[in-house]
Design a binder for this molecule. Structure first.
Ligand code: ADP
Ligand code: MG
Length: 391
């Protein structure tokens, strides 16, 4: 964004204001995605740009849905900026064109939910042209949807000079560091519910990391593939062979692969279920693994101690239940203390864990993109990034 002149220009800016909202009251439950765009907005306003903001909210499936209006977001943005934010009740059309034409330098206008139009997700050329007509230049600050080739993320970028905003820039900078030139030793910790959704990233990371530590529900499939009885734990039996193959590939490549040694098991998948810590050899019949144990975190902490790059994606347990969040909380503390390392947190639920602990500032980077950061770490090209201009 610093490479182009924006003063006095109409800047069409794609943001990711897909914030969690209480549908009944329209109350915003978490405004971090709005706050994350303030640096770019401040810069543009100081430079005297006329800012036209474009976002989606939820999944209106191409139809106008008043409960998914961005009006509450405009109100919150105005509060956060301490400046008025104009709104329009659509994102294309004559009313919108008039509103844009009436902007003066430094003004901010938030258009209505771009997904009210089916042409958005279909990435239709005419729709992209209608959006592009609203700006002289295009700034993309919506990393969280950069993996989607929509009209407002990809189509429009081919029709106007297109550059990255500060949030997009910092996401790309930090994540590329992990993908392209990681300082070594490089460790990745992957958790979360399912192996199936993490297979591609594990596969890609195996090409790059020195150590790979697994946890969460997905580690169960690896444990079972190693012959442990995981009783009623979440397992994807279809992926046992894949798990074995990953283990073989890790050993061929000299990647140190670590699995949980002890786990917290529960009688039922419930927050207040009876629970206890056992060795992975001793999961009681009828019980299920809900979290990793103290020994596992001790071992992982030891393996992380010398690392210079650390990527963590996926909670170590069912972290939304306080009684099974301990492993994730301890791991967050361990990573936060690695003073010498570049530490990167990716994934929606993992970011939520570190934010709930008030620890977000203690990592080099907490990605705002869930799916997008995963695809980036997989080494895939993100359409919303690829469409931006090269320097
Ligand atoms: P992220 O959003 O950070 O990428 P995921 O979506 O992959 O993370 O994983 C988060 C989910 O994994 C949570 O809903 C959590 O309950 C689930 N999970 C973690 N450990 C277990 C487990 N042992 N059994 C069942 N589910 C688990
Ligand atoms: Mg998730």
């Amino acid at each position: 964004m610093r490479d182009i002149d924006v003063s006095g220009k109409r800047v069409l800016m794609r943001v990711d204001y897909n914030v969690p909202m209480d549908v009944a009251s329209g109350r915003i439950l978490d405004d971090k995605r709005i706050r994350a765009t303030l640096p770019t907005l401040d810069y543009l306003r100081l430079e005297g740009a006329r800012v036209v903001l474009l976002s989606h909210l939820g999944r209106p499936k191409g139809k106008r849905d008043p409960s998914l209006s961005l009006a509450p977001v405009a109100a919150r943005l105005a509060e956060l900026m301490g400046e008025p934010v104009q709104t329009a009740d659509d994102c294309i059309g004559t009313v919108v064109q008039d509103a844009v034409a009436a902007l003066t330098d430094g003004d901010v206008l938030l258009l209505e939910n771009v997904r009210f139009h089916p042409e958005e997700e279909a990435n239709e050329e005419e729709f992209a042209k209608a959006l592009a007509s609203l700006g002289d230049v295009f700034v993309n600050d919506a990393f969280g949807v950069a993996h989607r080739a929509s009209a407002s993320t990809e189509g429009v970028a081919h029709l106007r000079p297109a550059v990255a905003g500060f949030l997009m820039e910092s996401e790309i900078n930090f994540l590329s560091r992990a993908v392209e030139e990681p300082e070594r030793p490089y460790a990745a910790i992957i958790g979360g519910a399912k192996v199936s959704s993490k297979m591609a990233v594990i596969e890609a990371l195996l090409e790059r990391v020195d150590k790979l530590m697994l946890g969460g529900g997905m580690a169960n499939t690896f444990l079972k593939a190693e012959g442990f009885d995981v009783a009623e734990s979440l397992v994807e039996d279809d992926y046992m062979a894949e798990a074995k193959r990953i283990e073989e590939k890790a050993s061929e490549r000299g990647v140190k692969l670590l699995l949980p040694a002890d786990v917290v098991v529960a009688e039922r998948f419930e927050a207040d279920s009876p629970a206890r810590r056992v060795s992975v050899k001793d999961v009681p019949a009828g019980w299920r693994i809900m979290d990793v144990g103290e020994t596992t975190i001790d071992v992982y902490a030891h393996a992380l101690a010398e690392c210079k790059t650390v990527v963590w994606n996926g909670p170590m347990g069912v972290a939304e239940m306080p009684s099974f969040a301990h492993g994730s909380h301890r791991l967050a503390g361990v990573i936060a203390k690695l003073e010498e390392a570049t530490t990167i947190i990716g994934g929606g639920e993992t970011a939520a864990v570190v934010e709930s602990l008030g620890m977000a500032e203690e990592f080099s980077h907490v990605s705002t993109g869930g799916g997008a950061s995963l695809e980036f770490l997989e080494g895939r090209e993100l359409p919303g990034v690829a469409a931006l201009q090269d320097r």
